[in-house]
Ligand binder design. Sequence first.
Ligand code: ASP
Length: 323
Amino acid sequence: MKGRIVILATGGTIAGVGNPGKTMGYTPGSLTAGELLETVPQLKDIAPIETVQVCNVNSDDITAGVWITLANTINTMAEDPDVQGFVITHGTDTLEETAYFLSLTVKTEKPVVITGSMRPSTSISPDGSMNLYESVCVAASQEAAGHGVLVVFSDRIYSARYVTKTSTYHLMAISAGETGAAGFVRDGRVYFMYGRPEKVLPEDSAFDVSRLTDLPKVSIVYFAVDADPQFLRYAAEHSEGLVIAGAGAGEFSRAYQAVIRELTIPVVISSRIDDGVITKENLLCENTIAAGNRSPRKAAVLLRLALTKSSDRAYLEELFSGY
Ligand code: ASP
């Protein structure tokens, strides 16, 4: 008898309900975890399933509190020898942030898989049922253990570290840029064909959130031509750290540079281009930290967690220089 797969449901389009046949104008986070389960009767052939309704929201309303609940629930339930793995159902808008947060806070070697869908459950040919089925297959597979948090979407398996949303509408809306997919799923069989994500990143599972209820606030400020640097001042006054989504290799205007040099809170420089890397050599302001190949969104997740430990510059620099 196989161990249980725990499905932690948080809402999103995968639990969305709307006009029959339509792909837009629906309400995300409508189906309960139990109702979601009923849409895929084949799940019971894979393993016994337990459901936990963590919340039921559009993923734009996910909070650090939900992240912490997810991490602590997984860390506690993973101690049960009858639990084989976890699947989290989530909206695609912020799936990559939740996935990265969990990869930094989940302590178990058991598979943890996150999925979602682009079409609501009431559309023609919804993708949520297949994504859920394939995620449970991955969570139930021995090969998925010990490789950090995974994202399963449109038949492919990705590492949480690299995954990002790449389309506002089509079904292949999740991708992993230069690193690509780790593998795929066909008719319930799991293939780690392109190399399993290895847990070699220094920051993997580096944070303990068992006593936390929230995270320090970090704001992301986007740069574009003629961007008003006053936003930087406002954001800095209301945050414990900043991430700048700079142009190109993390660059911005002289007006931005002048304000950034005045800031005393940690400022991490990322790029509005998702592909590529920002290193120390790219930095325009001495008081800033390079985000490496983390998008502004992922840099903000890491900075929020890092600030629970320290705002020491050397610590942050070392953390962000890790790959
Ligand atoms: N707005 C939705 C959400 O993130 C989109 C989706 O799930 O695809 O919850």
